[in-house]
Design a protein around this ligand. Structure first.
Ligand code: GDP
Ligand code: MG
Length: 305
């Protein structure tokens, strides 16, 4: 933009525009530049240019606002790729489970309704991050329907079988996959435990019996929770080395090309040879093309040009 013949007002606005730190600021100075730009024939093109930039900037700000709104709603919680909520009656052990599975430190208490706000923690399951949120007791005024409706998975924590239909009635319009967790099995005798298990199985629930106190069946719970998101884990490896610790998370039926592009945009163009190990391979180290469909827990090795 040839601004040397412009008025000092214009030049000042432009200088501010160029050093602005945020798009909101940029928009303010862009408006000023448009105002100060002469409205005669010789600067027509320049004015049109400025106006196009203004439209683009406004659109960008609008887009960002929308993303912010949809990802944090009114809770202020940024939604991660895999989000699960823990719901249940008071004292069912929600806080205990959250603190066992994540880095969060909620108050665990013998008092009813101890948790009054949403509490967020991150669970690390073999390098996979899952966001877990404890929701205040389902029978309390602080219970948050919104987050339960939008979560990808719902952990329904109960300590008695009768609580299941009671809770299910309150979450009819949810989208997430439901997992019933029958907690505090450390308090049951072997016979009682078997009976609970048999009943849950006969009702065809998606369930696990656990103890957040002793940690019984917690690994199984983590795996079931991961499975409920319907994603696959793919590990990468370099030639002659071990596979990576952290898998790449992808939608089912992703291809070798999808893996490469998730690592780095444009990376698939640089690949000379791909070998795979694991569930989708016919034999260890099979050479495959970019269209090969990956399976959960595959290991992939790329050789680049
Ligand atoms: N025996 C036993 N007690 C538990 C277990 N999980 C939680 N509790 C206890 O149950 C009470 C309520 O736990 P808390 O996690 O605060 O429940 P919340 O109200 O659902 O968040 C506390 O005294 C916990 O120590 C469990 O698996 N076994
Ligand atoms: Mg609690």
């Amino acid at each position: 933009m040839a601004s040397t013949n412009q008025s000092p007002f214009y030049q000042k606005a432009e200088a501010k525009f160029l050093t602005a730190q945020t798009d909101e600021e940029r928009l303010v100075y862009l408006e000023e530049m448009i105002k100060e730009c002469p409205k005669h024939k010789s600067s027509e093109k320049m004015l049109a240019n400025l106006k196009t930039r203004r439209i683009k900037l406004k659109e960008k700000l609008e887009r960002e606002k929308k993303v912010k709104k949809s990802s944090s709603s009114k809770t202020g919680i940024k939604k991660e790729d895999m989000q699960a909520v823990i719901i249940g009656k008071t004292k069912s052990g929600k806080s205990s489970l959250l603190s066992l599975l994540t880095n969060a430190k909620p108050e665990i208490s013998d008092y009813s309704f101890a948790t009054k706000t949403l509490i967020v923690g991150m669970m690390n399951y073999n390098g996979v991050g899952v966001q877990l949120i404890e929701v205040p007791a389902i029978e309390s005024e602080h219970y948050d329907k919104g987050i339960v409706n939008s979560a990808d998975a719902i952990l329904i924590l109960v300590t008695q079988l009768e609580q299941i239909p009671e809770i299910e009635k309150k979450i009819e319009r949810t989208a997430g996959k439901k997992i019933i967790l029958f907690n505090k099995i450390d308090l049951l005798s072997e016979t009682e435990k078997r009976k609970v298990y048999a009943t849950l199985q006969s009702k065809k629930y998606n369930f696990i019996i656990i103890s957040s106190k002793t940690g019984e069946n917690i690994e199984q719970l983590k795996e079931k929770l991961f499975q409920s998101f319907g994603k696959i884990r793919v590990y990468t490896k370099e030639p002659g080395k071990e596979k990576s610790n952290k898998p790449i998370i992808l939608p089912p039926d992703s291809t070798v090309k999808d893996v490469a592009e998730k690592i780095l945009k444009g990376f698939s163009n640089k690949i000379k040879e791909t070998r795979i190990w694991g569930p989708s391979s016919k034999y260890s180290g099979q050479v495959v093309g970019l269209a090969h469909v990956m399976r959960d827990l595959d290991v992939v090795e790329f050789k680049t040009r």
